[in-house]
Design a protein around this ligand. Sequence first.
Ligand code: UDX
Ligand code: UDX
Length: 471
Amino acid sequence: MSQPIQIAVVGSGYVGLVAAVCFAEIGHRVVCVDNDQKKVAALQSGDTLIHEKHLPQLLERYRNTGVRFTTDLGEATRQCDAIFIAVGTPQGENGDADLSYVEAVACEIARSLTSYKVIVEKSTVPVYTNEWIRRSIERNGVARSLFDVASNPEFLREGTAVSDFLHPDRIVVGADSEPAAALLATIYAPLTSGAYYKRPEAIAGACSAAPPPLLHTSAKSAEIVKHASNAFLALKISFINAVSNLCEATDANIEQVARGMGLDTRIGPRFLRPGIGYGGSCFPKDVAAFRSVAEQLGVDFNLLTEVEKINAEQKKRFLAKVRSALWTLRGKRIAVLGLAFKGETDDIRESPAIDLVEMLLAEGCTIAAYDPAAMKRSMAEMPASQHLCYAEDAYAAARDADALLVLTDWREFVALDLQRLYTAMRYPIVIDGRNLFDPKTMQQHGFTYISIGRPAVYPVRDLELAASAAQ
Ligand code: UDX
Ligand code: UDX
């Protein structure tokens, strides 16, 4: 194993916590800093706080040894060679990223800088943030020779963040100075050299066969790589959603169309799943921030406005589907499966599922919701009420429902016992915003099944009745 580096990660959220344990996993000594005392205490005592595959096992392995948790950024700064900033960059008023947390962290680091450090932006930030961090540290009286600022964007998907970190498609290092680039190359050497993947206890994944490339760019290019990548993926989703709407208008099938497109290696099959629109803490915020950066720089990037428009429209179209299946909404009892912004995570930030629940409540529906991991967070945001209850499982949610909506692509939903669901419901109507089920199977189980970009199917019995009525 190559040389262990002393690393500080500031921010122990979805990004920082995963980065911290993964740096420990590849052999470094990490101190994870957060200004939320409660969070730090919980992490110190072994609570993982977020639902993320492999995280509990890595935390168990490194907690208070390879990874320490603290609120003391000054001490962490003095002890470490590299400081990764992974604090939140929420959306500001005009769509631009609010960088006040990043600035606050930079100023605090400045106060403790006494020997050379590399400060690395890990949070998603707009182009020029590197420059601003540098300026703000200098303004606090730190000599330029004592630090460098670099950009090392993360490309972690929630739910698979640990294996995305350890098995990345690429590692992007945006550094304008040689010492900073060299330190980051050393930090990632266990991955780029392939040494990590040879360890018997290594978490297996795509890079076990071929180690990932490290791309060295300028700091500004790295900042743009991150925003452009997320914006492009969001665009891909809006594009397929628009095509799915076209399929609905023509009775074509989006699954066939997406497969036909995705087999073209220039397009690729991933991120072509239609649905109720993208959500999460990254895509909505990053598309808005990238648009805002372009605007400020006088660059016409209206394409991004269209991406956002299609995304917002997708939720309204889904609501219209529910309305047209049920005729009227007031007083209807709706089962909702899924609250997280996507499957395999407990994160509900910018979740289209939560937006839809709120829209349905505003229409006067009564909702019984179930999510395998996101109910605690949902309850904090949308407390249970006379019109909203949280069910203990999918079947309890479906009980006496006028319709069941699938809003999150949890793998466990695919394995549901359809017969049991059918029996539980008052009317067997399923409106699937994630295309989790095969229409034919749903039809055979007696459901009216409406999904995205695919022809709706009706129970065989209903079709026979309609045919005999027509004779
Ligand atoms: C966030 C951003 O949303 C994302 O765009 C960026 O790439 C990385 O940071 P995430 O990890 O999901 O991603 O954010 P969050 O879960 O909010 O975690 C941020 C952490 O930073 C919190 O634990 C918060 O307490 C901490 N924090 C925030 C500090 O330690 N200091 C601060 O000044 C502000
Ligand atoms: C994303 C990026 O993928 C990751 O590289 C970046 O660092 C952080 O933002 P994440 O937000 O965790 O990751 O989830 P992702 O899997 O990208 O999904 C984002 C949203 O798009 C979800 O709401 C998901 O349901 C939706 N989506 C995704 C689709 O609707 N269709 C698809 O084909 C893919």
